[in-house]
Design a protein around this ligand. Structure first.
Ligand code: ATP
Ligand code: MG
Length: 599
């Protein structure tokens, strides 16, 4: 039961809508009972012309009403009867429409809110979360899991109230007619209910498994579709097909496991229901024959008992639905409750534009407890206006080091300061506003060239955007594209070459015009013409800024005021080019292998 309340938590903020929906639903259910009761005057009075006989003592208003029915002629009843039937049906269906509409509105609104909360949380989570979680898994939270909860809210909650009320209604009718026989229902309840609860629990476990399998499939899809080129290059199409087939089949097997349990419920309950009906007929048939109960009232009694079976069955389904939803719920809250590790302090201060220097002092860093240390004892100063180049073999922590400056991660030990202010004390806005980043991999969104350049700077006008593109040597190829600045680029649009992408990213950084620039040069070699444009664009971008550049180009290290050599997460040399050539063997080696080659 506690679990049901957990689900009700989603309704917070929608209680008014929910209450109105429940009330309309109760009214519609009441009319269902009323419809069944109409059988009594029809069979007893109209068709058989016999008095209605109810053995049990009932409240005066009912006995009074029954007496009136008994005193009316069948012909008189026959003329009003159709009117009553049609009216009752009309009112009932009006309320059915209302409650179904309201309940759907409710569940859709609830899902919209959860989806938004999840997305907002994902946007707020720190980067370390994304190295731990797979993209496919997070997507499946927002799509699949939210849908499971939607099912539970729209069908589950509706039925929970509606079917419970129906049971109460029919139990009351049955008890008022013949309490002794009505006790039979208390035998039926547990016989049907207990195994159903057990199946429900099992279903919850299976459902958890299915969601995980779905997440696996999602991950595989994302990887292989975005990496289709790699698949082709290695000729691994069949391997990928087999891998997908296996996962797809696992999913199928698990789904069938849960479907098997879902479909076994109806036939079993039906059997028990039938047995129960036979028992009632055997028992009460005698009372009817002896005249202790009129036939119409017997029909109402029998109908009530039989009408209880379907709500119980539906409640069983509700239970299963809710069990599945709880599994999804857990996974949704797993994201919603995740810790934001890199958090802005409530009393964070606004740092002004860099005047003095950026410093890393005794910095150690690791990505996770169980993975090794990535940066060790880093001490580095970057003064305003300087160009500092970072060089080192692949995987030594260059990207990691520069990621600490805009505070994408917090150091394990030591501090990163900007003009003496610990970046952990600064507001994200004031810190990141002054840092422009050109990343190793170019990230473009599925949007127009214009929107991609003006990303994060929506107030930029066309003139500014074009000026930035011109400085990035991008204007010339942009105007040749089918719709110029309005051409859609990204996965679903116009395909750009590697160098063109880089120049769009550079234009983006130029438009932002940050005093500090972090440049993570791509290692991929461009053809010489493209390379020349990118290089010239970068030169313009670096001009007049404080630059920390992870350098793969000779031109970048030639411009640097200081070069930092990184190996295995430690700084093993720092200084000018000539000096390092003499004192740092690794630099010497890197220079002769990498830099002089690209010259
Ligand atoms: N998000 C991450 N989660 C966990 N470990 C990571 C993450 N990013 C990098 N690492 C690890 O940290 C180490 C340093 O990586 P980093 O990306 O800083 O290297 P790099 O010097 O930039 O290399 P390259 O020149 O190839 O870009 C590597 O061993 C890498 O496996
Ligand atoms: Mg890197």
């Amino acid at each position: 039961m506690r679990n049901y309340f957990k689900l009700l938590k989603f309704l917070k903020g929608h209680t008014r809508l929910f209450s109105v929906a429940v009330v309309t639903m109760l009214i519609s259910s009441f009319f269902e009972g009323f419809q069944l009761s109409l059988l009594v005057p029809m069979t007893d009075r109209i068709f058989n012309n016999k008095p209605i006989v109810i053995p049990n003592k009932l409240p005066a208003f009912i006995t009074g009403f029954v007496d009136r029915l008994n005193s009316m002629t069948p012909e008189a009843l026959f003329t009003v009867f159709p009117v009553v039937v049609i009216l009752a049906l009309l009112v009932k269906n009006l309320f059915v429409f209302c409650y179904q509409y309201l309940m759907s509105d409710l569940s859709q609104a609830v899902m919209r809110d959860i989806r938004y909360r999840l997305y907002a949380k994902i946007q707020d989570l720190s980067l370390d979360y994304f190295s731990k979680k797979r993209t496919g898994e997070l997507i499946s939270r927002i799509t699949h899991d939210v849908n499971v909860v939607e099912n539970a809210v729209s069908y589950g909650l509706t039925d929970l109230f509606r079917q419970s009320f129906m049971i109460v209604l029919f139990v009351v009718i049955a008890f008022s007619i013949y309490p002794k026989a009505a006790f039979l229902m208390f035998v039926v309840f547990p016989i049907i209910g207990i195994p159903m609860a057990r199946i429900g629990r099992r279903l919850r476990k299976i459902s958890k498994g299915t969601q995980e399998k779905m997440a696996d499939i999602n991950t595989l899809l994302i990887e292989t579709i975005s990496g289709i080129k790699l698949v082709k290059a290695f000729g691994t199409e069949q391997y990928e097909k087999d891998r997908f087939k296996a996962k797809n089949h696992d999913y199928y097997k698990l789904r069938m496991k849960s479907i098997k349990r879902l479909v076994v419920i109806p036939p079993i309950t039906e059997m028990f229901g039938a047995l129960c009906g036979v028992a009632v007929i055997l028992w009460m048939g005698k009372v009817v024959m002896s005249g202790g109960l009129s036939f119409g009232v017997f029909i109402l009694f029998f109908g009530s008992i039989m009408s209880i079976i379907s709500p119980i069955k539906k409640l069983g389904n509700v239970h299963a639905l809710i069990q599945q939803a709880l599994a999804a719920n857990e996974r949704i809250y797993d994201v919603l409750d995740a810790q934001v590790t890199v958090k802005e302090k409530p009393d964070a201060i606004v740092v002004g534009e860099l005047k003095g220097s950026i410093r890393l002092k005794d910095v150690d860093f690791h990505y996770a407890e169980d993975s090794g240390i990535v940066l060790k004892n880093i001490n580095l100063e970057v003064r305003k206006g300087e160009i500092v180049a970072i060089v080192g073999p692949t995987g030594t922590g260059k990207t990691t080091l520069v990621n600490l400056i805009p505070r994408f991660y917090d150091p394990l030990k030591g501090v990163v300061t900007i003009d003496g202010v610990d970046v952990r004390d600064a507001t994200f806005q004031s810190l990141r506003k002054q840092i422009g980043i050109v990343t190793q991999e170019t990230i473009l969104f599925n949007d127009t060239v214009r929107a991609n350049i003006a990303y994060g700077y929506p107030e930029a006008n066309d003139k500014q955007i074009q000026a930035a593109a011109e400085m990035a040597f991008a204007h010339q190829f942009i105007v040749k594209m089918p719709n110029g600045y309005n051409t859609l680029i990204g996965d679903r649009g116009f395909r750009l070459s590697g160098g063109e992408k880089q120049r769009i990213a550079i234009a983006r950084a130029i438009l932002k015009n940050p005093p500090i620039l972090i440049l993570d040069e791509a290692t991929s070699q461009l053809d010489s013409e493209s390379e020349r444009y990118v290089q010239e664009a970068l030169d313009l971008l670096m001009k007049g800024r404080t630059v920390i550049a992870i350098a793969h180009r000779l031109s970048t290290i030639q411009k640097a005021d200081k070069i930092v050599v990184l190996e295995h997460g430690r700084i093993i040399g720092q200084g000018g080019h000539e000096e390092l050539l003499k004192t740092c063997p690794l630099y010497n080696k890197l220079y002769s292998l990498q830099f002089s080659m690209s010259a």
